[in-house]
Write a protein that binds this ligand. Sequence first.
Ligand SMILES: Cc1cc2nc3c(=O)[nH]c(=O)nc-3n(C[C@H](O)[C@H](O)[C@H](O)COP(=O)(O)OP(=O)(O)OC[C@H]3O[C@@H](n4cnc5c(N)ncnc54)[C@H](O)[C@@H]3O)c2cc1C
Length: 378
Amino acid sequence: MKRVLILGGGFGGIATAHRLKQKLGNDVEVILVDRRPYFMVGFRKSWALTGESTLEAGQKPIDSLSKIGVDVRRATIEAIQPQEKSAIVDGERIQADVLVVALGAELNPSAVPGFAEHAYNVYDPNDIPRAEKALSEFKGGRLVIGIFGAPYKCPPAPLEMAMLIHDKFKKSGVEASIEVFTPQPVTLPILSQASCDAVDGRLSEIGIQTYGHHKALSVEAGEVVFEKRRIGFDLLLGVPPHRAPAVVRESGLTGESGWVEINPRTCETSFEGVCAIGDLTHVVLANKKTLPKAGLFAELMGETVAERLADVFVGKEPTAQFSGEGGCYFEVGNGEAMMIKGNFLADPAPTVELTESSKEFYDQKVKFETDRWTKWFG
Ligand SMILES: Cc1cc2nc3c(=O)[nH]c(=O)nc-3n(C[C@H](O)[C@H](O)[C@H](O)COP(=O)(O)OP(=O)(O)OC[C@H]3O[C@@H](n4cnc5c(N)ncnc54)[C@H](O)[C@@H]3O)c2cc1C
């Protein structure tokens, strides 16, 4: 029997394991390794930060995948050996026929001097309770949301946080200015200039200022330092720089980009029998921009890999391909959301649009989470 070793049990890893078992049942051995015992969608952090819900309410134990025959191991991956299709997991070497690397992106706050001391890391679930407390005790003043590196997960998320915080302050009567800075030229580079202007316009209508081309060098008490200016703050919420996880960087899987380069349609790496999916991959689009790091894409890549392996294992020619079609919800407050969606792998250029905001898109966003719970955890 073939053995597939899936490294990482987030969006991509779970989708791969689930689809493999759906297709092949007991005819395939699937081992899924993650040090985190639960699955949680990324946008839970926005809701927990603003007190709309909690992180815990969105956590589902991944070991419930054992009900469909997945061998779930809660452990740390210490090394990956792509040539041998094996990994060292809590000191034990696990050998497989195929490796699927789905370890996500690592947050790297120490890349910015002063970040850890002066900013709240709103992408780290462990720092969310502290950030939520600081936000609910905030008496007013200058609140800055800083994007300290690109690429980062879910590009609209920091803007979403700004809008949800604006809503929260409005309800509680807190007087604050909200500013968002990014090192990128515009707030959402994947969109057309017109759509970026629409997003910035919507933010500025409610008093949220955005600054492009702002690459922070360091953070000091009450100030973010840039090459040509400083921005003062009373409260700083930060998205730290991201990078491929250490165990992936040390394995030789990463390329010049610092991420894992793959065949975007099949998710194969340059190592035979090793696929990589989700946030740790680097997919260049036809317009030279890169595929945004989003849970939906990790999931679709995982399902593609599983479909292809299922065919190969029964001697069929694999036909499934990652389509690059999908999108991400962008909550704008007042119970509404927009969507950034399209065909990101379209040639000669991605066809990506920003929709109008509506209550329907908000409802779809809520359903996005519950659908994954039902599909994967029953
Ligand atoms: C605030 C916010 C909002 C977001 N909103 C959305 C949204 O609305 N829609 C959307 O599609 N996406 C959204 N995302 C992005 C989404 O969460 C990620 O793109 C997605 O989780 C990527 O999936 P992945 O499988 O590549 O990695 P992950 O889901 O991060 O999974 C990687 C797993 O690997 C494990 N791991 C890493 N290293 C090791 C190791 N050495 N040993 C053992 N285990 C390890 C981790 O514990 C983790 O469980 C959001 C993200 C954030 C931060």
